[in-house]
Design a protein around this ligand. Structure first.
Ligand SMILES: [Zn+2]
Length: 650
């Protein structure tokens, strides 16, 4: 602010701390400008420490773990750079949302976390680095995570009762961060970004150094916009879940009906009572020109809207609304075909949203997986990295769900090879300074996907890179972007020498990027003896901060998935005592349980936890169990459909 100087410091030695300091210096003044509320302290420090969990804001001080905030920009990936930026920018946002204005009680934790997510991981980064496409990445990340988690029967409203201190840590889940951030993003789009921020500024000014509740926020945005925000938004914050809109067509236009979306299929009437006020954001076309109606809101269970359905149209333009849309198969095919055109009226974010809806609706039984596979097949000439990222995520999930069905897995891998190997052939393995960010990301994704799908040519190239490292002891020829996949392939298809080398790299802890790559590779072996060594390492040697990445790596590997769960269960008391006061206890539980797809596994896990005190992670456990139920129903219902599609198409 004019005439006011704030000093930013980072307390850590070494050049790897420079970036987080630069981020702080760049973001802090922008927040002051956007909120029109100055940062009132003479300094903002950042203290980095080993053996620390995540990052945390305090008044004038951000504390964070070295493995998530240190970065060597030469030896790290694009995604890691963005991640450090987002984490620090998120923590800086808390100086306003958490310190200058604080939620009254933990039930509205989202007023801190939802805002810090929206501001720190979308609005502010987008102003500093528009080339990072923070909006599109938000759809792939937070938005997708929120809709997947909130599709479970065991979900909870964003604003949820927090009766005692035991429950506080559980409030720090993706609903407080990702869903709240997504709901606020929808509101910002509906009222316009400038008006939204003006309202937020009014809210902060009205509660400077005080406490606030949801309606204080609505009041600020109502004052800026003249719209009754409480009436529009309350249900999105106080009610569980979100809707799926079923769109049918008639002579007048389209008929739209809303019901609560559940990943297990149509909701029972008792779970389907909320009628949300839904901004429809309808894109329609007239005389070859498309326009978006941002003011249109569905306020009833169902209604008809006038649209020329002979021309391209689509709801939820730009995937800003927190809901899914179910079209008829014929309409979905038309929209997907139109979206594949070079000058389509549908944007990159529209394509990403369509993909996510297609995969989620088929999982819930509203459509078939073959309809999602058809969309991916149709978009194999796609140019944009973000859409490829969405396609890869959708296919990866299918592989993971059908992990115990060799026939489905092999067909899916074959399909992945037809998609990603041509990309590898086009983009090569060399990273150049002149590459655009998207080209770098797409190359990394394509090589990683082709390797995961066991493409022999790609595996050979990566194995040769690792062999050269073994021979020379120098790994500088392995680009940072390919470090993780190279290490993982070396361990997966290698033996003792490769594994021991990776463990040494892990223990050296030279850079967070290299250590992360090594921890993923430590979980990649197919050899039971080596898998056992990794589980022993977890029990006896791993630091607290290593547990979740190592368990996640073992769970991602089909050969060690069951070993991960067994290790967790057999050493439950030790892990529980190490994590019981940490915010990520729920994440640890999910990392060990989330991946099963059968009734038998559901029952075994449910029985195991029946005698445990689960009060500190009850949400995470219920969400894991719901997930297993949905996946096992999906396998029972859709295996024939998937195999049939492959038989006919690939
Ligand atoms: Zn936060």
């Amino acid at each position: 602010m004019p005439g006011y100087t704030t000093t930013v410091n980072v307390i850590f030695t070494g050049h790897q701390a420079q970036f987080v300091l630069d981020v702080t210096a760049a973001c802090l003044p922008l927040y002051e400008e956007v909120f029109k509320v100055e940062y009132p302290l003479p300094k903002l420090d950042t203290l980095l420490a080993h053996d620390f969990e995540g990052a945390m804001e305090h008044w004038g001080l951000i504390t964070g773990a070295t493995q998530i905030l240190l970065i060597d920009l030469i030896k790290s990936t694009q995604q890691e750079k963005v991640s450090v930026f987002h984490i620090q920018c998120h923590e800086i946002a808390h100086m306003w949302f958490g310190n200058i204005t604080t939620m009254k009680w933990w039930d509205t934790l989202y007023l801190n976390e939802g805002f810090a997510t929206l501001m720190g991981e979308l609005i502010i980064p987008d102003r500093i680095h528009p080339e990072w496409r923070a909006g599109s990445e938000f759809v792939v990340g937070h938005f997708n995570r929120a809709l997947n988690l909130d599709a479970k029967l065991s979900s909870h409203p964003v604003e949820v009762e927090c009766p005692d201190a035991n429950r506080i840590n559980e409030m720090f889940d993706d609903l407080s961060y990702s869903k709240a951030g997504s709901v606020l993003r929808m509101l910002s789009h509906y009222v316009g970004a400038d008006k939204f921020l003006e309202g937020v500024s009014l809210y902060l000014k009205a509660h400077l150094f005080g406490n606030a509740v949801t309606h204080d926020l609505w009041q600020g945005i109502s004052a800026a916009t003249g719209i009754d925000i409480a009436e529009l938004m309350d249900d999105w914050i106080t009610k569980i879940g979100y809707p799926v809109l079923t769109v049918t067509e008639n002579v007048a236009g389209i008929h739209v009906r809303q019901d609560r979306f559940l990943e297990t299929g149509p909701a029972d009437p008792k779970d389907n009572e909320t009628i949300w006020n839904i901004p429809l954001s309808l894109l329609s076309t007239e005389h070859g020109i498309s326009s978006v109606d941002k003011a249109m809101v569905l306020r009833e269970r169902e209604a008809t809207f006038v649209v020329d359905t002979t021309k391209p149209f689509k709801l939820n333009t730009g995937t800003k609304g927190v809901y899914r849309v179910l079209y008829t198969p014929k309409r979905l095919a038309k929209i997907a075909t139109e979206a594949a055109q070079p000058k389509s009226v549908f944007s990159l974010d529209d394509r990403t949203g369509l993909l996510q809806d297609a995969f989620a609706l088929s999982k819930a039984g509203f459509s078939t997986p073959s309809s999602s596979l058809t969309v991916v097949d149709l978009w194999r000439s796609e140019k944009e990295y973000v859409v490829w990222e969405g396609m890869a995520a959708g296919l990866d999930e299918l592989v993971s769900i059908w992990w115990e069905d060799a026939s489905v897995v092999e067909n899916l891998k074959r399909f992945q090879r037809t998609l990603f190997v041509p990309l590898v052939e086009r983009l090569g393995y060399e990273y150049s300074e002149n590459d655009s960010r998207d080209r770098i990301l797409l190359r990394t994704l394509a090589i990683t996907q082709a390797a995961a799908a066991d493409d022999k040519g790609v595996l050979q190239v990566l194995q040769a890179k690792f062999k050269r490292f073994l021979k020379t002891g120098n790994n500088s020829h392995i680009p940072a972007e390919l470090q993780q996949v190279t290490y993982a392939v070396a361990v997966k298809f290698g033996g003792r020498v490769e594994y021991d080398t990776i463990v040494k790299i892990f223990e050296l802890r030279r850079t967070p990027s290299e250590q992360k790559a090594a921890s993923f590779a430590m979980g990649a072996s197919q050899d039971l003896e080596i898998i056992h060594e990794t589980t022993e390492f977890i029990v006896n040697k791993a630091r607290d901060q290593d547990l979740i990445p190592l368990f996640a790596a073992l769970s991602a590997n089909f050969a060690s998935r069951r070993a991960a769960t067994q290790t967790f269960m057999q050493n439950y008391d030790t892990f529980y005592n190490r994590y019981k006061d940490q915010l990520s206890l729920g994440v640890l539980v999910s990392a060990c349980l989330n991946y099963y797809s059968s009734q038998a596994d559901y029952q075994a896990i449910e029985t195991y936890f029946k005698v445990k005190d689960t009060s500190k992670y009850s949400h995470a456990l219920a969400q894991s169990l719901d997930g297993i139920k949905a996946r096992s129903a999906y396998v029972e219902r859709a295996t024939a459909d998937i195999l049939d599609w492959f038989h006919k198409n690939i």
